[in-house]
Design a protein around this ligand. Structure first.
Ligand code: GTP
Ligand code: MG
Length: 202
């Protein structure tokens, strides 16, 4: 799947601007700066496909990418979402994209799964739990990806995964497995690619 072309084809800043529904969609959600856009680049092997920044609030629209030979014949779409939590942007802008994200998550028919990214250095925070609550209540399948594995000591990685797994145990829409990735070193990226490819094969 990820050997195919990946092309940015649509940005939406409001609900009325969403692209027509088509191929199955996978969305990447998580706190600002957690590494969503970097992960998309690592998955597709294209360093500059999605714009990244050390300033939280880089991605301000829902950005749609098509995986496949052409946009029309895409087998899957990847959706890079704006982050939640602190962001270097105006209150109005943040409010607008937050409601856009909620509308998208709750009402999108082709949405196959949401990958919720959690900073591997910090684990689950209350603000992440709000997003998981929304997904559980809306019965949207999701899986947790821990990020920035290169920044976490090897001796601490297993415990971080275990504590996130424990927090997921009572969440009905959560996939029980957790993947620990680094967009920098590439660790875990092949596992995530395989998990996404399996979704399409179901
Ligand atoms: P917003 O669009 O602002 O919500 O952020 P984002 O979640 O898309 O994060 P982005 O990919 O822009 O990355 C934020 C910062 O984290 C950048 O400085 C990245 O270089 C850094 N970063 C992302 N992934 C990794 C990683 O795996 N390891 C390390 N060490 N840094 C990372
Ligand atoms: Mg981003």
């Amino acid at each position: 799947l990820f050997a195919q072309e990946c092309t940015f084809f649509w940005g939406a800043a409001a609900r009325s601007q969403l692209p027509p529904e088509g191929a199955p969609e996978i969305a990447f959600a998580g706190r600002s700066n957690v590494g969503k856009s970097s992960l998309l680049n690592a998955l597709t092997g294209r360093k500059t496909l999605a714009r990244t920044s050390h300033t939280p609030g880089r991605t301000q629209e829902l950005n749609f990418f098509a995986l496949g030979p052409t946009i029309e014949s895409a087998r899957m779409r990847l959706v890079d979402m704006p982050g939640y939590g602190y962001a270097a942007a105006s209150k109005e802008k943040i409010a607008a994209w937050t409601s856009l994200c909620r509308d998208f998550l709750r009402g999108r028919v082709p949405l196959l799964r949401v990958y919720v990214l959690i900073d591997g250095r910090h684990g689950l925070k209350p603000i992440d739990s709000e997003t998981l609550d929304l997904l559980d209540q809306s019965a949207i399948s999701y899986q947790i990806v821990l990020t920035k594995r290169d920044e976490v000591k090897k001796s601490e990685q297993a415990a971080r995964i275990a504590s996130v797994k424990a927090a997921l145990a009572k969440r009905p829409a959560a996939y029980p497995d957790v993947i620990f990735t680094s967009s920098q070193s590439g660790e875990g990226i092949a596992d995530l690619r395989a998990a996404i490819a399996r979704l399409l094969a179901q």
